[in-house]
Design a protein around this ligand. Structure first.
Ligand SMILES: Cc1cc2nc3c(=O)[nH]c(=O)nc-3n(C[C@H](O)[C@H](O)[C@H](O)COP(=O)(O)OP(=O)(O)OC[C@H]3O[C@@H](n4cnc5c(N)ncnc54)[C@H](O)[C@@H]3O)c2cc1C
Length: 328
């Protein structure tokens, strides 16, 4: 049987979310391995340029649902409507980016379709016999990776962390179908009612696009000491990152979190200060070009990712670095 792959192409305003195009990279590979096609679903947009964008990046067909707007409809109603289309064509695989919106939508859809979700995958592949989807993700509590499958139910639903795959270069010679779908949606039984939408202030940090990131971990010990991380970032013209416990302590806002629960970054320079190097964090820095780590423990796992290792107390090292860079 052909491996037909569907992707949920999330949009931001009238444009595609970057993860929509990233998803087409594994989707295309998975479909091609078993002679299948790639279909993209875009909700709440009307313009066909979104459809063309998806086609040049690898989709064969795009369904556009202008009526399915997340600002007006609860995700459960949207999930019910998308499920009708998925049931009608029975694709082998349905992929989502692991964004906050899709982390809400994918499990709802999977429940309606009586299948599971392979959540927060880092990579997606097929088994050796090309029969089933294989996802990888970290094992809770250890620096180990797990492979996960959904052997008995179809479709195989997976969410993929944003930033894990490079988009395919646009191929303007590709052709495909863009189909506008009218979908009157019933919200009568919905448990959630949308009352309005408030724009979130754009994050000042924009970690995903930063060329230089200086991130601090619990090794900084206090909010006061963490200011040294912020100062070094400022002197270098970089952006501040943090580990999850630092965010949980409230030293910085969640926008600064790097890793599985936060942002995947790809700066030219990443400086990790007082960071242990848990797999949940290092997932987020795999595409950093040069990594410098500062840690008192010479065996800290973060050093396995670093080209430059500074063993010592960050509270002494950072002031010296700040001073030196400022003089430059
Ligand atoms: C499901 C799940 C998802 C998660 N997602 C994320 C995520 O997205 N991002 C994330 O970061 N974490 C995440 N975590 C948490 C993660 O497992 C680790 O607990 C966390 O990354 C550790 O943070 P840390 O390195 O700041 O703290 P610690 O583990 O406490 O490490 C502090 C480090 O600082 C060093 N140190 C101490 N004093 C100094 C000093 N004076 N100078 C220099 N170094 C010093 C220590 O040697 C140590 O290596 C997740 C966990 C789970 C279970």
């Amino acid at each position: 049987m052909a491996n037909n792959v569907w992707i949920f192409a999330e949009t931001r305003g009238k444009a595609l979310h970057p993860v929509a195009v990233e998803l087409l990279t594994p989707a295309r590979t998975l479909a091609d391995r078993r002679g299948g096609t790639v279909t993209a679903l875009a909700c709440g947009v009307e313009n066909e340029t979104v459809g063309q964008d998806l086609i040049v990046h690898g989709a064969d067909r795009v369904f556009i649902f202008p009526d399915l707007s997340f600002s007006r409809l609860p995700p459960e109603s949207i999930a019910r409507t998308l499920a009708l289309f998925i049931r009608a064509e029975d694709p082998e695989t349905v992929l989502f980016g692991a964004t906050s919106l899709a982390r809400d939508l994918a499990p709802r859809l999977a429940t309606i379709l009586n299948t599971g979700v392979m959540a927060d995958c880092l990579t997606l592949d097929l088994t050796a016999e090309n029969q089933a989807l294989v996802g990888t993700k970290p094992v809770p509590g250890g620096n180990l990776m797990a492979t996960i499958l959904c052997p008995r139910h179809r479709p195989q639903v997976a969410t993929l962390l944003p930033g894990m795959y490079e988009p395919r270069p646009p191929d303007t010679g590709r052709s495909g179908e863009v189909l506008l779908k009218d979908t009157p949606v019933g919200t009568r039984d919905a448990k959630v009612r949308m009352v309005g939408e408030e724009g979130k202030k754009k994050s000042a940090s924009a970690l995903e696009d930063a060329q230089i990131v200086v991130a601090g971990g619990m090794g900084m010990e206090t909010r006061q000491n963490f200011r040294l991380v912020e100062e070094l970032a400022m002197v270098l013209g970089g952006t501040v990152g943090a580990t999850r416990p630092v965010v949980e302590e409230g030293w910085v806002s969640p926008d600064h979190m790097i890793g599985q629960s936060g942002k995947i970054i790809h700066p030219r320079l990443y400086i990790a200060v007082g960071i242990y190097g848990s797999i949940y964090h290092t997932i987020g820095i795999q595409r950093a070009q040069t990594v410098v780590a500062i840690n008192t423990d010479p065996y800290a796992p973060i050093f396995c990712f670093a080209q430059y290792a500074i063993v010592g107390d960050a509270k002494k090292i950072l002031p010296a670095l700040i001073d030196r860079f400022r003089k430059r």
